[in-house]
Design a protein. Structure first.
Length: 339
């Protein structure tokens, strides 16, 4: 019992447990939901949300938020589509799209860190600006006739796994290692946990925030590249509204909106789980006009249920004696203190 309780205290495992229970529940109603093809399709469908949730998590860790991420994805997809249809070298296209995400992220970061503009206001303003630039750039038209070689990359399998999934896995692993195994990576948590304290001990608070927004912008650009690859065309409303799904996925995975808490792996699991919730409604044969209401309700129930479970485990009498809290700030500057 104690071993199981300790396992469930790991946030990622508790989310995974909820996901398994949800799979079993929906699968008991419609067994097609748990077939190999269905699971494979849902994992592939979650890639865009997963990549963006990873980038958004960096911002959330610092106790900020980026609601411009959907518009960055839309502009990135539009630029990618236009350049590809004009036969520009694919590697040059990828580089240009990366730069677009990084530059917009840099602007967001500078506005929040150096000009002290609240993150929600800064990124909301950028959302409108970027969306307008996208429509001007595409003249409000859909971008079609994407080269076949690029669309085929979506189904390119390596060791039985399609390329977009490999890209998401690589981003997840690199981000996780960066945050947990590098000194600067721990600064993101320290800034979100106690910004004033981090500043007093000499941590580069402003640089950390700027870098968080740059990572968020780049993740949106990667999502835009994958979107074009998966869909094969770019509607003029690409990315509209997805920022709310990204934030919800990260929160579902245990990333705190108040900063300093959560993990990249949890955010990734949250993105997959969020996709599973949305796709399950099709297998449950629920009318489409109920989808938003029911998926929202399920999201709330799962987040509240997980929160209650974590609170119960935190104050479990069997573990209370061994429950010690380590300061994120102290952990971030541990190397400096030991010097």
């Amino acid at each position: 019992m104690r071993f199981l309780t300790r396992l469930l205290k790991v946030r990622e495992l508790s989310i995974l447990s909820f996901m398994i229970v949800f799979f079993i529940f929906v699968g008991s109603i419609n067994n097609e939901f748990i077939t190999g093809d269905s699971v494979s399709l849902m994992v592939k469908s979650s890639v865009i949300l997963l990549v963006m949730a990873v980038g958004q998590s960096f911002v959330l860790f610092t106790s900020n938020i980026d609601v411009s991420i959907g518009s960055i994805m839309g502009l990135s997809a539009a630029v990618c589509g236009v350049l590809l249809t004009n036969n520009i070298n694919v590697w040059l296209v990828i580089f240009i799209v990366f730069i677009i995400g990084a530059v917009i992220g840099l602007i967001n970061g500078i506005g929040v860190s150096y000009f002290k503009i609240p993150a929600i206001i800064m990124t909301l303003g950028m959302l409108g600006i970027i969306r307008g630039i996208m429509l001007i750039y595409t003249e409000g038209m859909w971008i079609e006739e994407i080269p076949n070689f690029y669309k085929k990359l979506s189904n390119l399998k390596i060791l039985g796994i399609v390329l977009p999934v490999w890209v998401a896995i690589a981003i997840l692993i690199v981000a996780h290692i960066y945050l947990t195994r590098t000194k600067f990576g721990r600064y993101f948590y320290a800034v979100g946990d106690n910004e004033e304290g981090a500043r007093l001990v000499g941590l580069p608070v402003q640089k950390v925030k700027v870098l968080a927004f740059i990572f968020s912008g780049i993740s949106a650009s990667v999502a835009g590249l994958i979107f074009v690859m998966n869909i094969g065309f770019v509607p003029n409303q690409t990315g509209s509204g997805i920022e709310l799904q990204v934030i919800a996925a990260a929160v579902l995975g245990g990333v705190s909106l108040t900063g300093g808490l959560g993990s990249i792996v949890g955010a990734g699991l949250g993105a997959v789980f969020f996709t599973v919730i949305n796709n399950s409604l099709v297998y449950l044969k629920i009318p489409a006009y109920w989808n938003n209401a029911i998926s929202g309700l399920l999201l709330l129930l799962i987040v509240v249920g997980d929160s209650r479970l974590q609170n119960y485990l935190q104050y479990n009498p069997f573990l209370r004696k061994k429950n010690t809290k380590v300061s994120l700030l102290r952990d971030a500057i541990k190397g400096d203190v030991n010097k």
